[in-house]
Design a protein around this ligand. Structure first.
Ligand code: ADP
Length: 289
């Protein structure tokens, strides 16, 4: 044993990191499926889709966690009218997520940082990584059928961190708009998923035409079919085209998921199809006794 190297003792920070990793591993066992909602750029409707997908899955009797990892510009609290909510600490493990309804629990940086909107926080990569790990490991999510993750646009630290934590059966849903020019950004997202070994569940084309209030016909505003073409080319599932609907904007502004307010609308029907594909291709949760 004479040549056995003596390791220096672990620092306090390393011990805390190890503990956090153990808690993370334990939390991950309670999540059945993870969907990362990604987009190459902002403004394509990623957060809107994350919220409506989560609400529609919850309405289909699935237990859903919606995690907003957009540290610099969280929009989920606004979209669900949960601004001002504060996540409190439970006695056992940690933070209690904010409940939107019986089946939908939500966590966002806004629930843990006071005056976050006014604070110019400089977040470096490792800090973001710790915060995101805490959002999974130290939040009382309970057993989830789905964890839906709303990542900031692009391929930065946040989506990278969460992918490295390898939530169970993670898959990406990539949101794009129909213009062919948007494909450059989608290709970047696809390359990002491939390099991390994150399977792409499918592509959604949002703002794909609009239904006229007067004549009821679908009109195309931009070149259409970009997302669909790319999905075909890459062998991914094309999940559907969501049309522009003015009511989607007003529902978002009022903090109401559109799919719950206008279930018969063409856009909500596309969400229904997407939810059916997601449920059909996901792993059902074993009921624990
Ligand atoms: P992102 O998360 O990609 O930045 P958001 O979800 O914040 O995008 O959406 C950007 C804006 O577009 C919001 O005002 C939202 O209400 C609106 N929007 C998104 N999808 C649609 C749609 N299908 N029809 C009409 N407005 C939409």
């Amino acid at each position: 044993m004479a040549n056995e190297e003596k390791r220096p003792p672990l620092s306090k920070e390393e011990i805390e990191d190890l503990k956090a990793d153990l808690m993370l591993a334990d939390s991950l066992t309670r999540i059945e499926n993870t969907l990362m909602i990604l987009s190459g750029k902002g403004g394509v409707g990623k957060s809107t889709i994350a919220v409506n997908l989560a609400a529609a899955l919850a309405a289909s009797d699935k237990t859903v966690g919606l995690l907003d990892i957009d540290i610099h510009g969280p929009s989920i609290p606004l979209l669900l009218k949960l601004e001002g909510a504060t996540a409190t600490t439970a006695s056992g493990r940690g933070l209690i997520p904010i409940r939107f309804n019986d089946n939908l629990k939500v966590m966002s940086i806004e629930f843990v940082m006071k005056d976050q909107a006014d604070e110019a926080v400089i977040w470096r990569g490792p800090m973001k990584h710790r915060m995101i790990r805490q959002f999974i490991a130290e939040v009382e999510w309970g057993d989830l059928d789905f964890l839906i993750v709303d990542a900031p646009p692009g391929t930065g630290d946040e989506p990278l961190s969460i992918c490295q934590m390898a939530p169970p059966r993670s898959q990406a849903i990539i949101i794009t708009t129909p213009q062919k020019i948007a494909l450059k950004d989608v290709r970047k997202s696809i390359r990002f998923c491939k390099s991390l070994g994150l399977p792409v569940f499918g592509i959604i084309e949002n703002m794909s035409g609009f239904v006229c209030d007067n004549c009821g016909k679908l009109h195309q505003l931009f070149d259409s079919g970009g997302g669909e073409m790319l999905a075909l080319e890459q062998g991914f599932k094309f999940l559907g085209k969501i049309p522009i609907d003015q009511r989607l904007v007003s529902a978002s502004d009022r903090g109401k998921p559109f799919v719950l307010e206008h279930p018969a609308s063409p856009a909500a029907q596309v969400f229904d199809q997407i939810v059916s594909s997601v449920i059909a291709l996901s792993t059902p949760r074993m009921k624990k006794h």
